[in-house]
Design a protein around this ligand. Sequence first.
Ligand SMILES: [Zn+2]
Length: 494
Amino acid sequence: MRAFLKSTFLSIIALFIFIPSALADNAVTRIDGSTRYATAVNVAKKGWSSAQTVVLIGNSINTDVLSAIPYAYQINAPVLSTDKDKLSAETKSGLQSLKTKKVVIIGGVKIVSNSVVSQLKALGISVTRLSGNTKYDTAVEVAKKMKASSTGIIANGFVDAVAIAPYAAKMGYPILLTDNKNLQSVTANYLKSKGIKKTIVVGGELVISKTAFAKLPSPTRVGGATRYDTAVNIVKKFNIDTSNSYLSNVNAKPDAVSGTSLAAKQGKALFFVDKNNVPAASRKLIGEKKIKQFQVIGGTNVVTANVISQLKNPVVGKKVFIDPGHGAHDSGAVGYGLYEKNLNLDVAKRLNTKLNNAGALVTMSRTSDTFDSLQTRVSKGANAKADIFISVHANSNDNSSANGTETYYDKTYAAANSLKLAQNIQPKMVSALGTRDRGVKTAGFYVIKYSKMPSVLLETGFVSSPVDSNILKSATYKDRLASGISSGVSGYFR
Ligand SMILES: [Zn+2]
């Protein structure tokens, strides 16, 4: 009996575990701790069960600490951090559980004091320090400890250096620093003395000037319009593995350093989110690389639950084109004081907001009372390289008793996926509005016939019906409708 119960129990568990991945949300794991120090320890434990050597940084974090990432990779050391004057309690227990015998401190006594050194020694840990008078000197001191390389990375911006660090580690390239005006002499001298023949410059001209760039040995630059774009461009240019990508808040320096050290160890990409949102550049990368698994570094104080739900939503990074039907001189159907063109635009704008909040990249054919030909709408969708096309309409009939909601697709292009999209959206619209379910139908309406991506045309209700028009006048119902369509879209991508 007990064995029977046990096996029944296990098969129930198995049912939950073996849900086909095609029907699942994206997988997101958060790695955090009660403090920044605890987060660093927990991140380290994901990559190391024990660590003979640990790299230790202070809590005032400059770009030079990132020069430690490729070095730490070469000596197989995780990166932990501490208070300046006292070895942080979480770090102390982290060092003990990692059975650490040696600590390399990055930076001088103004970053990590000698009383921390004494505390470490009292734990039986040997301590060395890598530091210079400036952050530029410190980066050079770290580079000197690395194996020889004919290529070097030149960085200035903290975030740029975080993003390149996993690649630099994998390739054995030191990360050296400069400012935004000129090449620092300590950096120039190091490049020369080590015979470095090639440099990779991370960041745009505002971060590393043309003057500095011109003084470097065969430089190539990777930058972007924003810090998010630079990180994404680094991932793309160097083809860093994006499966199970790491994400950190662009402004949470300690978490970014811990995250990039683990990403380096595992050969994975790290790019950025904001506290409450996945920015457009990162969404694009997620869409292009079809990333389904994420590891987020830091607690809810740096990355909120909203970011986690965007990442989990299979619509994240998908390009959705919304076409509000009619416009300007073309009012569409009219009834009970409703103009279809206005209703369509209202619903479309609400849908835009919902999909944006969900993580999608949305383009609209119109955002005000303007008119486009049907072909222009199709072309706009194609130019947006949309993954799906949604045309929003309302119905009308001479008979005022005609009512209900229906979704059309066309079989000319992407028939199966258009049907799938329609089947996902239609029931969500009906349950949001409580209207009559007229089902999924086929028709060769121009915009869905000539759009080559999966496309649907929604007839939300009848403006000619006293029942439907009342519902469609309600802001509450229009908002529910938009949420319903948005969740149908997520369902399609699931
Ligand atoms: Zn219409």
